[in-house]
Ligand binder design. Structure first.
Ligand code: ZN
Length: 430
């Protein structure tokens, strides 16, 4: 069964009730304030740009019992209607989403039957079709007439990543609104205001997620239901019926725990800890072998370290190689244990490699700018950037790109990662 109210993925707090996208987009604001909703809206943009949250907020505002008493003209977030929509319990806020990445004709027919009668209780009913580009041509044709002439007191919201993915006949029947990626600073502010995340952690999460609020929330373990990661995969899974509950267990002092082991059983994954663990392991993987080498601060000493490794005797190289090989294989093993966490772990590795490249190009001053994501690991990043050969960044970024491609082809995860980490080590000495 694919039709029904979809679990909501955001709990709108009363302190900060209006989604950032509504505040930033005059089109959407006017649409609510004038109560003039087109028959069909088409929201395009990346995941995390706020498309669904905005649609839900529009539906809430149009149906809010207290709306006219609100100075803002927006939803009150407190009345029965608002609460029902927030809880995903409103019978007239209907969401259709793909099953196994496809919206079939039968699903559209079922939807059309369901909305043939008048709305149950809503002043204005909203039908949201998530990933409308998943409709095959027949399904697309089946919805066309409805988009043009919706049933009584009903409007549609279609979402898609990009306009080009949709049939022109669909596009021409919708009012298109493009959602821009939310800025890193807006995501940071959102995390601080809505979820009371400490500023330092909010910044790390926002930068690591590149302004994707859902990803940032995942990194902070907000909204992770049970033991699941809040990912697009389970958000869009129609068999997933549980309401995704906002769960914040990163407390104000949570960052102090980040030196502990990355995960423990039966808990949501603590991405802040995991990131800390992964970045520390990566540093150990590429840093020169002897701890005393870390204390060289002048350039001459550093170049001496590099040349020592470059001209190391075979015995030394073999020794280094054996130790680092073991580290590489262990890290590959650890990461391959949780394949569902892999994509985000790779993202963390990529951002770390990118940081090294930035510091290598621009220098130490970049550590205090937004160009560097992992600023809390600034000392490590700076050290690596100074000590490793000049082509390390280019080679390692190419290697991770290759590894990603190979992972897409369903090859052995562990072997691909081993290969990648071993290449990373080899680039340190090339
Ligand atoms: Zn209300």
């Amino acid at each position: 069964m694919s039709l029904g109210q979809r679990e909501h993925d955001f709990d709108v707090s009363q302190q900060h009730p209006v989604p950032a996208s509504i505040i930033q987009m005059d089109d959407l604001k006017l649409l609510i304030l004038n109560t003039k909703v087109p028959n069909a809206l088409l929201f395009t943009g990346n995941n995390g740009a706020g498309r669904e949250e905005s649609a839900r907020f529009i539906a809430k505002s149009l149906n809010c019992f207290n709306r006219h008493a609100q100075t803002s003209g927006f939803a009150c977030n407190l009345c029965r209607s608002c609460l029902k929509i927030d809880a995903g319990m409103h019978p007239d806020i209907i969401t259709l989403f793909p099953e196994k990445n496809v919206i079939k004709t039968d699903m559209i027919k079922e939807l059309c039957n369901a909305i043939a009668a008048k709305p149950h209780e809503a002043a204005i009913r909203m039908v949201m079709i998530i990933d409308a580009h998943s409709m095959n041509q027949e399904a697309g044709n089946a919805i066309l007439k409805r988009l043009e002439e919706p049933p009584e007191r009903t409007f549609f919201v279609l979402t898609a990543p990009d306009l080009n993915l949709l049939m022109p006949t669909i596009i021409s029947r919708c009012r298109h609104i493009r959602f821009k990626p939310v800025s890193v600073s807006a995501v940071t502010e959102d995390l601080i205001k809505k979820w009371a995340i400490p500023e330092k952690m909010a910044k790390i999460a926002a930068r690591t997620s590149d302004g994707n609020i859902k990803k940032a929330m995942m990194l902070l373990n907000i909204a992770a239901p049970d033991n699941k990661i809040l990912s697009e995969a389970n958000i869009y899974n129609p068999s997933e019926t549980k309401t995704i509950k906002a769960k914040r267990w990163v407390q104000a002092n949570g960052e102090q725990e980040s030196n502990n082991s990355p995960d423990s059983a039966n808990k949501p994954v603590d991405w802040i800890k995991r990131r800390h663990w992964l970045l520390s392991r990566l540093f150990l993987l590429v840093k020169p072998d002897r701890p005393s080498d870390l204390h060289h601060t002048n350039p001459a000493a550093k170049s001496a370290v590099i040349s020592r490794y470059a001209s190391a005797s075979n015995t030394n190289l073999r020794h280094l190689s054996n130790k680092n090989t073991l580290n590489a294989m262990m890290l590959a093993h650890e990461l391959s244990k949780n394949e569902e966490l892999l994509e985000d772990s790779i993202l963390i590795i990529k951002l770390w490699l990118r940081d090294i490249a930035v510091v290598k190009c621009i220098g130490k001053s970049s550590l205090s700018t937004d160009l560097v994501v992992n600023r809390d690991f600034g000392k490590h990043v700076q050290y690596i950037a100074q000590i490793l050969p000049s082509n390390f960044s280019m080679q390692s970024l190419e290697a991770i790109h290759t590894a990603e491609k190979r992972l897409e082809s369903n090859a052995s995860v562990r072997l691909i990662l081993e290969n990648f980490f071993l290449s990373l080590i080899s680039f340190c000495y090339s």
